[in-house]
Design a binder for this molecule. Sequence first.
Ligand code: C2O
Ligand code: CU
Length: 463
Amino acid sequence: MKSITRRSFGRGLFAALAASALRPAALHAQTHPALIAREGTLQLAPANYPQTQVWGYNGAVPGPTIRLPQGSRMTRRFENELPQPSTIHWHGIRIDNAMDGVPGLTQDVVQPGESFLYDFVVPDAGTYWYHPHNRSYEQMARGLSGALVVEEADGGPEVDSDEVLLIDDWRLAEDAQIAGGFGNMHDWAHAGRVGNWITVNGNGDWRTSVQRHSRHRLRLVNTANARIFSLEAQGLAGWIVALDGMPLDAPQPLGRLTLAPAQRADIIVDVTAGVGEEALLVSFERDGGYAIASFDVSGVARSERLGAPLPLAPNPVPQLGRLETARTAELLMEGGAMGRMSGAMMGGQRMGMREMSGAGKVWAFNGMADMPDAPLVAADRGETVQIDIINDTVWPHAMHLHGHHFRQIASDGTAGPLRDTLLMDRGETAQIAFVADNPGDWLLHCHMLEHSAGGMMTWLRVV
Ligand code: C2O
Ligand code: CU
């Protein structure tokens, strides 16, 4: 097995400590009927650095993992003890619109000291997550997010363990505190707020102990503001069984896995590393691979690997209708640094790029930098909708649709797997299609949080 030296991120910020392998005590947050957004303290950096002041659900990073059976109800009272308004969005859940957590569209913000009852049914099994949807570029950079796992009705595949790995990216200052500059237009117009420290479940040295040939379900979630992860497993071999919560028709052999902000992948892996070795989840960055999760192999679970897993049972998502008769829309994404956009509409007026960035907007959808008054599409319930998205920028974007999962339609007409977040490369055009079966007003935005705050946001209506 090729071994990878554990190194720190960023320009040597923690380089001297990288080999120390000291790790903070795991935070064992537990499920609670209330989710309280508040300040907390966490040993985010290596142990000889100070603790970091974070914002977390129930003060923890990540927030409590909520596990529920498919078809059951999720009920949590959200209490806001932050110094600014917030809401909770339940990412990827095909949810009742009133519970979607989007301020100004589905609910009012929850002011400091106030609360809101989230109460909805979870129709689909899989890996989902929750996070704020107000000033998310700041609130998520400070730590607010958690996993929502909906268990398969049939108990799911047989595994020796089932773990959620929330992969996050932090921008820390030298004193290990969260760096400010959340509204920094340079970040907004470029790749977003990319950090210098990576954690799994709030831990810079996440590790667990496994046995050779044991089988594990890992639920990977990219909770970073803007970092796109490119991951590989070493000493672990297996399959991708679900993307963005939704089962693949057939498990797909696990190779290099790209995980854009907000995307999830459920993987089933067998430990192929030998006893005494370390299996790794490695993140590839421009300057090499970094181990972000380690699996210490002690003992042998069984003499050989188990056979390939069966596909997970599909979720009750309606089949796409005919695309020839679908309701269509086009979404042109423009702006950002080094783009060719010269200006856009803001507050009903045409503005140049300089004026726009003075007002905090650097991107536009269909020539509009504000949330438009009219929806991009108004669809009748049950209609198939097709959206052609054109990324006329030199940046990648992670396009997320609320309330529905869509399929990407390839140029030969074949439909890809169900997803709720699509990574689009610079200059790329993509076609997505979905059945608009969930009534309400739904956001469509870039999940690079600085991009959506900077203008990459629109909405759809299903009536
Ligand atoms: Cu994960 Cu509109 O968000
Ligand atoms: Cu973007």
